[in-house]
Each structure stands twice: as structure tokens, then as C-alpha cells.
Design a protein around this ligand. Sequence first.
Ligand code: SF4
Length: 374
Amino acid sequence: MRHLYVHVPFCPTICPYCDFHALLRSKDAVAGYLERLEVEAAALYQRYPDPLRTLYLGGGTPSFLRDSELERVFAILPWRLAADAEVTLEANPATLSKKRLQHLRRLGVNRLSIGVQSFDDAVLLRLGRAHKSRAALTAVESALEGGFRVSLDLMLGLPGQNVSADLETASALGVGHVSAYTLQIETGTPFALNGIRTDRDEEAEAFLLARRILQRAGLVRYEVSNYARPGEESQHNLAYWRMNAWGGLGPAAASHFFGGSPGVVSRRLTNPPLPRWRKGEPPFEEKITPLEHVKEALMMGLRTSAGVDLKELAQRTRLRDLELVITNAAEQAVSAGYLRRSGVLLRPSHAGLDRLHQVVISLWQGLESAYSEP
Ligand code: SF4
């Protein structure tokens, strides 16, 4: 395990479209969280003590913790970091003063994922965000001046949004990474209950604009919604998309480990939400069979322009004739120009990335008919 995710569930406000595991903070809730995190980190470290290549503090809004609380999080984690480790913190722009940035640097953070969403104050207000456009611009500029790698989160296709203006502003800032997502309105959230909907056609158009504007600024699309200058890709997220092993600490965090028992390639463990996690309730465990592992690896790997290494997948899962089965299942998508085969790699084209769901379903059907029990 060389990748670690730490979920920090506290947020300054709860956005009306969000169903992440996020809560408003209180001193007692944070103290209880830190206490349990220490116990969980020590137990995971005993089993997986190797130095980390990536550490990712996500949430929630980890930058909403106070300086002393963030210091405690870093003190709690017993792992050493590899020399070139990527240490990312998700941050709300309003929490990134110059002093705060210096503190983060001292703690070892070298990459910030800043939740900007839009540069239009009216749009931010409708989204219920806890920051203004000016704060976002200042935060990004100060983070770049402070030597951080910066990833900027933008939403696309928001009601009333001037998408190209937002994308142009983002690319003019000179960041190395942009995550450009469409708004997901989750069931049961205030947005869903108030009937707020996004328009599919507008979203598709916004995706095209993102590709055009960000690529022109040297940010290459390396995943469905992620763009980076070469070398600035998120190494942590790539570990997820490659289905590597990773550990997850904190309420609702997930881990993925290899091995376990015969007929099982890997295990996914998902922690319970905060109150049960605080009491030490163990994670929910799913055992992933070779066929399920291949299906997930295709779904995740084909999100990225690097694609899936079929040889490695065959070695991991030991499914007979796996390369051949996938090659046959991919035939139609290859002729349609959605997938490309180069050596052991199966990679999506831009058109394939835009139709990922359809492409993956056709591969899954081929796998199921090849490996279903007679
Ligand atoms: S800041 Fe992020 S995690 Fe927190 S409520 Fe808003 S969308 Fe959810």
C-alpha cells in the first residue's frame, strides 16, 4: 500500500447539491474525529508500513480544520513519505491565506486541490458555496506563488453560468491541473427536492468547450473530466483508476487491498459514517472476484487516456485467455474508433471517453458470456 486517503468530513457550509459525507464542525466533533483517526492510522500502519507515494486529504473540506488540528492530523500519520511523494489537500479558497499556505508547506503539503467551481459570484451564491470569486483568484495566485502544484475544480453546465468565461479565467491563471465536472444533483439533497435540474445538451456542449479551451492552454485531457500539463497529473487519482492498492482512513473512507482468500483478487473496505466509525465499528468488506476485478479495472482504466494494461490485468486475475476475450469484446468499439489497441494497452479515443458507459457495457457483455458458468 503506497497510497493513502484521509477523509476529513467537516465543511464550512453544506452545499445544497452534495451528499458526500460532510458535516458542520464543532470542537467536540473534531476532537472525537482526531482521537479515532489516531487509533485507525496506527492499526493500518502495523499492516502496511511502507513509505507513501501519495497522501490525499479530502473531504469534506480539510482546509477548514484549524492549524493546530491539521498539525495533529499530520502528527497522527506514522508513515514516512517517499522522496517525491505527492501530498494533496482539498481546500476551499476562503481558507487559503498566505499565512495558512506557509503553514501547509511546513506540514509537507505540496499540492492543493482548490474548489473554485465558478468565477461568477451569482453562480457561487446559487450553489451555496462559502467563497466569492475574488477569494478564489487570490487563493490560486498565492498558492502558485507559494510553490504549490495547483489543481482547480470547476463545475460545468451550471444554471446561468458563462462556461467559456469560467474556463478562460481558469486557464489564464497558469495552474497545472483542472478538474472540470458537471454538477451531480444527488437524490434527497435540497437541489433535488426543489426540482433543480441540469440540461444534458448544455452539459455535453460544456464538455466540448472544456476540451477546446483547456487544451489550447496546454492542459491535456488525461481522464474523462481531468486535464493536466504533462507531469502534473494527479498521481493519487491515477492509483484509483489503475486499481492499485490504497488505504483509506476516516469516516466513509474506502480502502482497496490485494489478496485475501482463494478466488478473491482484491478486497474493498468501506468505513461506516462518523457516529459508527467513532465507536470503532469495522468497515464493510467486499471480496472482489477475478471477473469483477477485470470489469472494474476496465471501467476505471478506460476513464484515462493511458487506458488499461491487458497483460498486467491477466497476470493479476489469472483468468484464462483474458487478453483474447477482451480483444474480441472490444472489436466493435475499435472499428467504431472508440478504442485503440497499442501493444498490451487498450486505450480510449476522445470519442470513446465521451461514450464511456456504452463502450464499457459492451466489454462487460463479452466478458460475461466468455466466463459465465456453463
Ligand atoms: S464543500 Fe464539498 S463536501 Fe462540503 S458540502 Fe460542499 S460540495 Fe459537499
